[in-house]
Design a protein around this ligand. Structure first.
Ligand code: SP5
Ligand code: ZN
Length: 370
């Protein structure tokens, strides 16, 4: 049973996303077949959307690949050349822990293209909001090398293309993947028209990035916000960061479009992150972003998928987010709802201290609501 949707929500995925393979030999005697970023975890999100019937209440979107010229808005020609050559000759390594097989670049271009399609459909008014369930992920890819399972900077490339071709002006990129959104930070560090905000686990990955004091430079000073929450953070810390940082900063910025790098690796069962979020809390965060976008930019909101490595938990997180975006409700019970009851979900002093620091560095204390 699904209660009808209240909004037109685009949902994009593609079978080709689930045959891409990121696998690294971690050392002698280890593997093969050992990979954190696997097709299974993300395919199950799509399966749950289908088995529940939620997909019938969503608008199906289909990807077309980005082209080389689109990649060059951010990536260097040398890096794209190298990916082209490797992809045509059996695959290889894009950089740091980012292996891919034959044709891996084409899949990455389809992943970036799927992310762009979600953005385009929102900007064109074909849907109210949209979620692109893509692989490989994108938020760690830098100008000239792949990192953290990411070959191409999906959401960065989509934002650049939307600005170049769709007349989009001011863009917010909010990243709640548990790892730092270093790619968008690099791309827009000096750009005052794109506000990048990353909520992540302090010094997780990449290890030496995502610090509070990295605030952007030149004309972009102040338009990069890092909130490195301590490992062990739960709902209380994320809500505090939203209320005191994300919401006032986005209101002050006044965007035309809100984009989200959505990972579920801040979920309480994730093997790579050490946060505690429940599916319900991803729904709450989605609602907060949706209401912000409705207040500020006609609801224009597009999300793209990044990390999330619990095959058991991520599907329920994805389902909650899509229910919240669309306003449709399935009757599916989250088997991991017990996470919400953990006492450690409450805001702790050492967590609010980090938020205090961000508020101070970005002068957000005096920003008031609408
Ligand atoms: C998209 C996403 O969530 N990527 C996360 C990548 C995190 N990988 C961490 C793997 C374990 C640490 N590897 C250290 C390699 C340092 N060269
Ligand atoms: Zn991640």
């Amino acid at each position: 049973m699904v209660n009808p949707a209240q909004r037109r929500t685009g949902f994009l995925s593609d079978d080709r996303y689930f045959v891409h393979r990121t696998e690294e030999m971690l050392g002698p005697y280890v593997g093969p077949g050992l990979a954190f970023e696997t097709p299974a975890g993300k395919r199950l999100i799509r399966e749950l959307v289908r088995t529940t019937g939620l997909d019938e209440h969503l608008v199906a979107l289909a990807p077309t690949p980005l082209e080389r010229a689109d990649l060059l808005r951010f990536h260097t020609p040398e890096y794209v050349d190298r990916l082209e050559q490797l992809s045509a000759t059996g695959g290889g390594s894009a950089g740091e822990e980012t292996m891919f097989g034959p044709g891996g670049l084409e899949t990455a271009m389809l992943s970036a293209g799927g992310t762009y399609e979600a953005v385009r459909a929102v900007v064109a008014g074909e849907v109210d909001n949209a979620y692109a369930l893509v692989r490989p992920p994108g938020h760690h890819a830098e100008r000239d090398w792949g990192r953290g399972y990411c070959l191409l900077a999906n959401l960065t490339l989509a934002a650049l293309k939307a600005r170049a071709e769709l007349g989009v002006g001011r863009v917010v990129i909010l990243d709640w993947d548990v790892h730092h959104g270093n790619g968008a930070e690099q791309a827009f560090y000096e750009d005052p028209d794109v506000l990048t905000i990353s909520l992540h686990q302090d010094r997780l990955y990449p290890r030496d990035s995502g610090m509070v004091e990295h605030i952007g430079s030149g004309a972009g000073t102040g338009a990069n916000i890092n909130v490195p929450l301590p490992g062990g953070s739960g709902r209380g810390a994320y809500v505090d960061a939203f209320e005191r940082v994300v919401e006032p900063a986005v209101r002050r910025f006044s965007p035309d479009l809100v984009l989200v790098s959505s990972g579920f690796d801040a979920g309480g069962l994730d093997p790579l992150g050490r946060m505690l979020l429940a599916a319900q809390t991803f729904g709450e965060l989605t609602q907060r972003v949706r209401l912000l976008a409705e207040d500020l930019c006609g609801g224009r909101l597009a999300m793209t998928h990044e990390g999330g490595y619990s095959e058991l938990h991520a599907p329920f997180c994805g389902l909650r987010v899509l229910e919240e975006l669309s306003g449709a409700a399935t009757s599916v019970a989250d088997p991991f709802s017990y996470l919400s009851g953990y006492p450690a979900q409450a805001l702790a002093a050492h967590q609010s201290a980090v938020v205090d620091e961000v508020v101070a560095v970005h002068g957000l204390a005096s920003v008031t609501g609408p």
